[in-house]
Design a binder for this molecule. Structure first.
Ligand code: FAD
Length: 436
């Protein structure tokens, strides 16, 4: 039993939990962090790659633009961000298309999005505004963005939220954190540990018993932790899937917050990282019309694993495959080796190589099925119609005792990102410091 009547117990050592821990400890608060895994970072998961200088990002990889909280943290941590470059190419039916090919369709989509007066799900927006047969290219384009980028289910996603995101997207550069996103997490942990925070690993929180300014947290292994307040900084998927063993129950129950949680959207994703002996995609430039492959950044396609990217302008022989949204769900509980085979089949289709010749070139690979990860149970959140009201419920502390944090608690333009998690961690810490 671990007693401290004043402690703030933070559940989850991802970006949001660690950010909150760092700010609270530095403001003089006593902080205990309970983490289910044996590592920090959560959905930030940097592992050493074949090249020591080039780690693999198994979770978050990109900084999507000049994001204030992330940039400020990277600066404090003395980390450099590298611009992501290269050409974005589109391949359909085995043919390479220029991105300009979709200009007219995108203009049409924009016009219809701008005309929308009331929020609906994206699926309803399509049903009400597009002719299913004649405008298939537009529909596929919308679907590609919503599912591929936002990991969203069109039957649930808010059109207004996606409209805000898509139409206000600064045409900015994406970045990678040199040495890996994990370095940001190490910096935060170091910072809060020096200020006195204590972290305990392999503590799968099961129950939170609470009354005003008093919490008792019970873990699966029987350990108990006592404090004044708790910050619940676990992924939305964990809170939504009440039948999963990693989920958390509250005593007394908090029905308004659970209802808000259930109404938010949480996507699915499978990420495949393959290290090859050579960058075979560069050889494609010999084919007529394929010169842009020389500087391949992203390849978007209609293959079963549709999105691929290189590490351009850096040169490790790494390809990353990405399947997000409802199509990723069919891979739940499927062996990683089978997903790898699907990845090879997709690459064979895209690069017109035999599967055997591709397999021979593979040095190593990793399949990350985040939907099956018991401490994530999915990818990241997306807005549904009514999300804003739900977030206002979730972001209001329960009797100044229970607080929620995480990327899903964020209501700004960078939904579903590390930036969202860091901002949420900051906001919850600032809110908690207002409690007498
Ligand atoms: C494959 C993938 C790619 C992504 N790519 C990008 C990207 O390129 N750029 C970007 O900005 N964002 C990206 N994201 C999103 C980004 O990773 C997340 O938004 C962010 O890391 C979430 O931080 P968090 O603190 O909210 O949650 P998490 O990082 O998930 O942290 C929550 C913590 O809670 C712990 N936990 C869970 N259950 C329990 C329990 N019962 N008891 C105790 N602890 C528990 C977990 O182990 C975890 O450590 C990606 C996500 C995924 C999955």
């Amino acid at each position: 039993m671990n007693n401290s009547s004043q402690a703030i117990i933070i559940i989850g050592a991802g970006a949001s939990g660690l950010m909150a821990a760092s700010l609270l400890t530095n403001a003089g608060k006593e902080v205990i962090i309970l983490e289910a895994r044996n590592r920090i970072g959560g959905r930030i998961y940097t592992v050493p790659g074949e090249l020591p200088s080039w780690p693999w990002e198994c979770g978050a990889e990109f900084v999507h633009g000049s994001l204030p909280e992330t940039l400020s943290l990277a600066k404090k941590a003395g980390l450099t961000l590298e611009s992501v470059g290269g050409n974005t190419l589109q391949m359909q039916g085995g043919k390479l298309l220029s991105m300009d090919h979709f200009g007219a369709q995108w203009q049409l989509i924009e016009e219809r999005l701008r005309r929308l007066k009331f929020d609906t799900t994206l699926a309803d927006f399509i049903r009400n505004n597009f002719e299913m047969e004649k405008e298939q290219e537009c529909i596929k384009l919308i679907q590609g963005y919503a599912e591929g980028y936002d990991a969203a289910d069109m039957e649930r996603a808010s059109t207004f939220a996606l409209r805000d995101e898509w139409l206000n997207e600064e045409n900015g550069t994406n970045f990678r954190v040199q040495g890996g996103y994990g370095k940001l997490m190490e910096f935060l942990l170091d910072n809060c540990s020096k200020a006195g925070a204590v972290i305990h690993f392999e503590q799968v929180v099961k129950e939170i018993h609470w009354n005003e300014k008093k919490v008792s947290v019970i873990c699966k292994n029987g350990s108990q932790w006592h404090g004044a307040q708790a910050i619940v900084a676990v992924p939305l998927g964990v809170l939504q899937q009440q039948k999963q063993k990693s989920t958390i129950s509250f005593f007394p129950a908090i029905p308004a917050q659970i209802k808000a949680i259930e109404g938010l959207g949480f996507g699915s994703v499978v990420k495949v990282i393959i290290d090859f002996e050579l960058s075979f995609w560069n050889l494609q430039i010999q084919k007529p019309g394929y010169s842009e492959m020389k500087q391949l950044g992203f390849l978007l396609s209609d293959a079963p694993i549709p999105t691929w990217w290189t590490q351009y302008p850096s040169t490790p022989n790494l390809l990353t495959g990405w399947l997000a949204g409802p199509s990723a769900i069919k891979w739940n509980a499927i062996d990683g080796a089978l997903i790898f085979e699907e990845a090879i089949a997709s690459l064979a289709l895209l690069f017109q190589e035999s599967e055997d010749s591709l397999r021979e070139k593979v040095r190593s690979y990793k399949v990350l099925n985040w939907n099956d990860d018991p401490y994530a149970l999915g990818a990241y959140s997306y807005a549904t119609p009514g999300s804003r009201q739900r977030l206002s419920v979730l972001n209001e502390p329960v009797k100044e005792t229970l607080f929620f944090a995480g990327e899903h608690c964020y209501d700004g333009p960078y939904i579903g990102t590390v930036e969202a998690a860091l901002v949420s961690g900051r906001r919850v810490a600032e809110r908690l410091l207002m409690v007498e």
